[in-house]
Design a protein around this ligand. Structure first.
Ligand code: GTP
Ligand code: GTP
Ligand code: MG
Ligand code: MG
Lengths: 290, 281
């Protein structure tokens, strides 16, 4: 991994301080690691600039090797960039709190909606799920099956438009004494103007307390463009990185944080309803560095 | 001489940005840029001519992708069996609807679908909707049934009905889950025992937004089942799926189809020039 590569780079290190000159090859190794980890190339460039500023002038501490010291600077900088993270669920006031899940096709929204409902339920909340994907074949059935499994009610209206049914869902939740509504929207491309407008319309009808971008951990460079556009149109509260139980490095997390300034809040770690964990910057930093 | 100067750094940077941004990956990008540098030394690219460098880059990428046969190869006698696999959410089920449409409408072949995702909530229902809309037959059992048993039933039905093509949907599975990869291998064995020589095509569906992990996916799926081609889905987005070049290089697996939308007609046999236009156009 990166530490091994950097040990080679700094093997002949004779100096006492890290200088601009002697960290150049180290920066190249970091660049390679981050690109292989799917961090967007522009984000990598900015990140290396920050690392360079942090590392240069550092005295090499006696108890560590120059490589270890350099890795620590990189790791700490990555952690600082990925966090801080607020994992709290939004509180209800007079009306139920609303969480809206959005993202590209197949990223894991429907499964994550059920996971969030389960998480909320375990914390003593009374969630309700809204099947707001009115297009995908059997999308409603999928959410209903998941809702039934965790005994969380699902609001569905097979023949309604998404904004109206979301509004009805929140009204139904309020009436039934539910205190958290989770809107599962259909997948869409950030360049599909009509579908992006549908999300804006849902937002107008039902102002969400949280809007989470659900992103597949294996997403490459496209994470920057898509996160940027979803954020521009909707204003994101955070992101949820799914399928982290695979071996994708998850560099998309850094791209998303960098371009939207909002953090990854949760990670999906299995296909089952209990597979949602809080995002911890230090763990993902280690994984991104490889 | 005019070509003695090295390539303009800004030209190199722009080429690299294009390659990295398209998910070719740093190793492939470096190799392609060295090829351009060699072209410059050979006098094929003037140092500051971005257009000439881009044309050479397109040529190198095109060479790398190869000329392969993008169609579904039919078995000597029906049924031809197409096994579809891939990680979660990439577009397998939707791509199967597209394949059904393409095989029937564009090649005049009869199609039978096998709903072998017996795990995920409403997966069988999802494929059933497509079967109904496309008016193709489907072999299915309720969610929770054994996927291998459904595969067996479907193979038996395809033989009995002398269907031209049997297309088998499977559950999304992460390539890091050994028991799930073993199950996929089992589905393949069930098919090949019932219909000798099958599956005749095994398509790995990749999401065009996939980054470097796409290579690991291709490698592991190829280990478990003989992947004969890639179905590159979601190419209607902004992602280019550039990892397919590394996959062709390392594993010799060609792209056979692309998915360009969410309806059955949003399928096209892989057209190298069109793909290159999308990158360099
Ligand atoms: N292994 C694993 N699989 C996941 C995870 N999250 C979701 N999945 C799987 O990913 C696939 C897609 O999940 P969905 O919830 O249907 O995705 P979606 O975003 O709702 O899809 P669309 O509504 O079509 O955009 C399914 O097979 C899920 O079981 C995860 O954290 N780990
Ligand atoms: N824009 C676009 N969306 C696509 C394309 N192919 C599939 N999708 C969408 O991607 C999402 C996931 O598609 P599925 O066919 O359910 O994917 P899958 O691989 O079968 O998913 P699992 O069975 O859960 O692993 C759906 O919303 C599809 O409509 C494509 O080519 N373009
Ligand atoms: Mg969904
Ligand atoms: Mg499927």
């Amino acid at each position: 991994g990166l530490t091994a590569a950097l040990s080679k780079v700094f093997a002949g290190f004779a100096g006492r301080k890290l200088t601009e000159a002697n960290i150049q090859e180290g920066l190249r190794q970091v660049r390679l690691a981050l690109l292989e980890a799917d961090v967007h190339y522009q984000v990598v460039k900015d990140f290396l600039g920050k690392v360079s500023v942090r590392a240069v002038g550092d005295e090499v501490v006696k108890s560590v090797t120059p490589a270890q010291q350099f890795v620590k600077v990189v790791h700490d900088e990555l952690v600082a960039l990925l966090g801080p993270v607020d994992h709290s669920l939004p509180v209800a006031t007079q009306t139920p709190a609303v969480v809206m899940l959005v993202g590209l096709q197949g990223s894991g929204k429907t499964t994550t909606a059920a996971k969030l409902a389960r998480l909320a339920q375990k914390k003593g909340r009374r969630p309700l799920l809204v099947a707001a994907d009115v297009r995908r074949p059997a999308a409603i059935e999928q959410l209903q099956a998941l809702g039934a499994k965790i005994e969380v009610p699902v609001h569905a209206e097979p023949r309604s438009q998404a904004p109206a049914l979301c509004a009805n869902g929140v009204a139904a939740a309020a009436k039934a004494g539910r205190d958290l509504v989770i809107l599962d929207t259909g997948g869409r491309l950030h360049i599909d103007d009509e579908l992006m407008e549908e999300l804006s319309e849902i937002r107008r009808r039902v102002p969400p307390d949280r809007t989470y971008l659900v992103t597949d951990a294996m997403t490459g460079q496209d994470a920057l463009a898509s996160a940027s556009e979803f954020h521009r149109r909707l204003g994101l509260s955070g992101a949820i990185l799914t399928k982290m139980d695979g071996d994708a490095r998850g560099g998309a997390a850094l791209s998303i944080k960098s371009v939207t300034k909002v953090p990854v809040v949760y990670v999906g770690v299995s296909e089952t309803v209990d597979g949602l964990e809080e995002f911890h910057p230090d763990r993902v930093a280690t994984r991104i560095l490889g | 001489s005019l070509f003695a100067r090295p390539l303009d750094p800004s030209v190199l940077q722009d080429l690299e940005a294009l390659l990295l941004g398209a998910d070719f990956g740093p190793a492939v990008a470096a190799r392609l840029l060295s090829a351009i540098e060699a072209d410059r030394k050979a006098g094929l690219v003037p140092p500051a001519d971005a257009g000439a460098a881009l044309a050479r880059l397109r040529a190198h990428v095109g060479e790398g992708l190869g000329r392969g046969d993008p169609a579904v190869r039919l078995a000597p006698a029906p049924p031809t069996v197409v096994l579809v696999c891939g990680v979660n959410g990439v577009g397998k089920t939707t791509s199967i609807a597209k394949l059904a449409w393409h095989l029937r409408e564009e090649r005049g072949l009869s199609v039978l679908l096998a709903a072998c995702d017996t795990f995920r909530a409403a997966a069988v229902e999802q494929l059933e909707v497509w079967a109904r809309r496309l008016r193709v037959e489907i072999v299915r059992q309720p969610t929770g049934a054994d996927a291998g048993a459904v595969a067996y039933d479907a193979a038996e039905a395809a033989l009995a009905r002398k269907t031209d093509v049997l297309v088998v949907d499977t559950a999304g599975r992460l390539h890091t889950r050994e028991p799930l990869m073993a199950e996929l291998g089992k589905i393949r064995r069930v098919l090949s025992r019932k219909i000798p020589g099958s599956p005749h095509e095994t398509l790995l569906v990749l999401d065009a937004t996939v980054g470097q992990n796409g290579l690991a996916q291709a490698r592991v799926f190829r280990e478990a089942v003989e992947v004969t081609g890639i179905f590159l889905a979601k190419l209607d987005g902004t992602a280019k799926g550039g990892i397919v070049l590394a996959i062709q290089d390392a594993l010799g697996i060609p792209v056979k189809f692309v998915g360009t939308g969410e309806t059955p007609e949003d399928i096209a046999p892989f057209d190298r020039e069109r793909y290159l236009d999308g990158l360099f156009g």
